[in-house]
Write a protein that binds this ligand. Structure first.
Ligand code: FAD
Ligand code: NAP
Length: 498
């Protein structure tokens, strides 16, 4: 890192001001304060274009991971009652989707109450950790001074020796005519009314996760896919997710984007709806359109031009080396940093590692490689390391082996409709060294399954290490340590019994 000029006897208000009280900012500020630094964190939520606002904690807790996972779980509960109750001998008169009404309002209210509790805990937590919380919007005046504005529009100034920019991102709006009629993930989880018939635009994490839980809860859901599902992920696994979701009620409209959204006036007591014209000329009518076409870093009005920090064209992310921007005393972490995977634990780890380097003499940089992740679609998908396509591109097809297996999770075996799809795993191995390059798993509890394999990948395991590990029976995870069949062999890769 370049010397940032920090000295303990500086003349500024704070040693560190963190701009953004989300996953990364909260973690960084608390860690820095733990080393005795005088720290303030600024967090201010600008309303979404539809007016949604929320409390302290950033995207993950308010409009991201937490409400998403709870709603995903709601859909899994409903699916489990539908498919599993009867074969497992649990008596319920409500075994079909139509006779199992779902109350969006109850779910929304319970989820929001949980979030409000977390917002409160975060505030207390900051106080207990000696971090000053300022519910104010910050803008750089120069490299040590910031203008801050509160909810009432009162302007003041603060100064700091160092800054960490952790402002995250916001959903990229739909650019087409009438695009402002679409809501985004910033609005969906707190939507007052049941979303009704829904169009999700986009085909990556957010769109597919939202489409998945909405369909699972009984909504009529269409996904507008511009090109492919889950770009960047292993193609075979992405296709399995698409196929599972199609068979569970999600309609995929391939290779279309909306070109026009217009209001359809309410008739006979029905609420206003939205007519969508697609790029292939077709039209359809929805109650709700959710735009999930990516996120743009929230750096526009941060005054970065005053500190000569340029942002990337397009996604507005800030380039950095070891989280240090081109202005040496201004650092950046999380979703708004160029090259940072947009994941909560990554923002947290990067924030903690940076605070240790700035205030406790650590030399350990954040390691952005081999981060495991899970897509919480109706059938979940967890992975770590390279996709098969990336492995082929990097090492050449002849130099890798792909071990794979399709199998029925034991929990699915009593329910006939569950048996239309199998769970799946593949491990990609570099032939020369037997190093594991990637681990992929499509099936129940993928996040729980994949976390431990993430540790293994950090330790640079070989395929033999996996085989030497005794499995836990009967689990899905054990399938990953008992793989024998390579794709190249052409042998049947369907699991038998134990
Ligand atoms: C729908 C959805 C689902 C997701 N699901 C997952 C998941 O399952 N797992 C996962 O790991 N990740 C998930 N993510 C991604 C995860 O939420 C983000 O990676 C994470 O929140 C990034 O943290 P951050 O600290 O970089 O930014 P954020 O959490 O976005 O925090 C930034 C904060 O800065 C504030 N701010 C912005 N500008 C200013 C300013 N000028 N002054 C003061 N405050 C400002 C913002 O209001 C915000 O509170 C999901 C995201 C979405 C949208
Ligand atoms: N479970 C999790 O951990 C989780 C969950 C949610 C979000 N996240 C994080 O949040 C990040 C953002 O997720 P995201 O799904 O919003 O964005 P994303 O990963 O950037 O994907 C954007 C999607 O929108 C499509 N798209 C882009 N522009 C479009 C347009 N103009 N019209 C129609 N479609 C368009 C893209 O299609 P193309 O492929 O054609 O470009 C792609 O399918 C993710 O990268 C992830 O790190 C994580």
């Amino acid at each position: 890192m370049v010397d940032d000029g920090h000295s303990p006897d500086h003349k500024y208000d704070y040693d560190l001001v963190v701009i953004g009280g989300g996953s990364g900012g909260l973690a960084c500020s608390k860690e820095a304060a733990a080393f005795g630094a005088k720290v303030a964190v600024l967090d201010f939520v600008k309303p979404s274009p539809h007016g949604s606002v929320w409390g302290l904690g950033g995207t993950c807790v308010n409009v991201g991971c937490i409400p998403k996972k709870l709603m995903h779980y709601a859909a899994l509960v409903k699916e489990s009652i539908k498919y599993d109750a009867e074969p497992f001998g649990i008596s319920t008169s409500a075994t079909t989707s139509s006779s199992m009404p779902h109350s969006w309002e109850s779910l929304r209210e319970n989820v929001q109450n949980h979030i409000h509790g977390l917002n409160f805990k975060y505030r207390v937590n900051l106080r207990e950790n000696n971090v000053v919380y300022l519910n104010k919007l910050g803008k750089f005046l120069d490299s040590h001074n910031m203008e801050v504005i509160d909810k009432k529009g009162t302007v003041s100034k603060i100064s700091s020796s160092r800054f960490v920019v952790a402002v995250g991102g916001r959903p990229t709006p739909l650019e087409c005519e009438g695009g402002e009629l679409a809501i985004s993930s910033d609005d969906l989880f707190s939507l007052n009314e049941d979303p009704g018939r829904v169009l999700c635009v986009g085909a990556s994490y957010i769109s597919l996760e939202c489409a998945g839980f909405l369909a699972g809860l009984g909504h009529d859901v269409t996904v507008a896919v511009r090109s492919i599902l889950l770009r960047g992920f292993d193609r075979e696994c992405a296709e399995k997710i698409g196929s599972y979701m199609s068979d569970h009620g999600v309609i995929f409209r391939k290779e279309v984007i909306p070109t026009r959204l217009e209001k359809v006036p309410s008739v006979e007591g029905m609420k206003e709806r939205i007519q969508v014209t697609f790029s292939d000329g077709t039209t359809d009518i929805y109650d709700t359109v959710v735009a999930a076409i990516g996120r743009t870093a929230d750096t526009k009005k941060l005054g970065l031009e005053s500190v000569n920090v340029a942002v990337e064209p397009g996604n507005a992310k800030i380039p950095a080396k070891y989280e240090q921007t081109s202005c040496p005393n201004i650092y950046v972490i999380g979703d708004c940093m160029k090259g940072c995977p947009e994941l909560t634990p990554v923002a947290i780890e990067a924030g903690v590692a940076l605070a240790r380097r700035l205030f406790n003499g650590s030399k350990v940089p954040m390691d952005y490689k081999n981060v495991c992740t899970t897509v919480f679609t109706p059938v979940e998908y967890g992975c770590v390391g390279l996709s098969e396509e990336e492995a082929i591109e990097t090492y050449g097809e002849d130099n890798i082996d792909v071990f794979h297996k399709s199998f029925f999770p034991l929990e699915w075996t009593l329910s006939y409709p569950r048996q239309e799809h199998q769970a799946f795993t593949k491990v990609i191995v570099l032939k020369s060294s037997q190093s594991v390059l990637g681990i992929h798993y499509v099936g129940p509890n993928a996040g729980e399954v994949m976390q431990g394999y993430g540790v293994a990948m950090k330790k640079r395991i070989t395929f033999q290490d996996l085989l030497d590990t005794v499995g836990i029976h009967p689990t899905c995870s054990e399938e990953i340590v008992t793989l024998k069949v390579t794709k190249r062999s052409g042998l049947d890769a369907t699991a038998g019994g134990c």
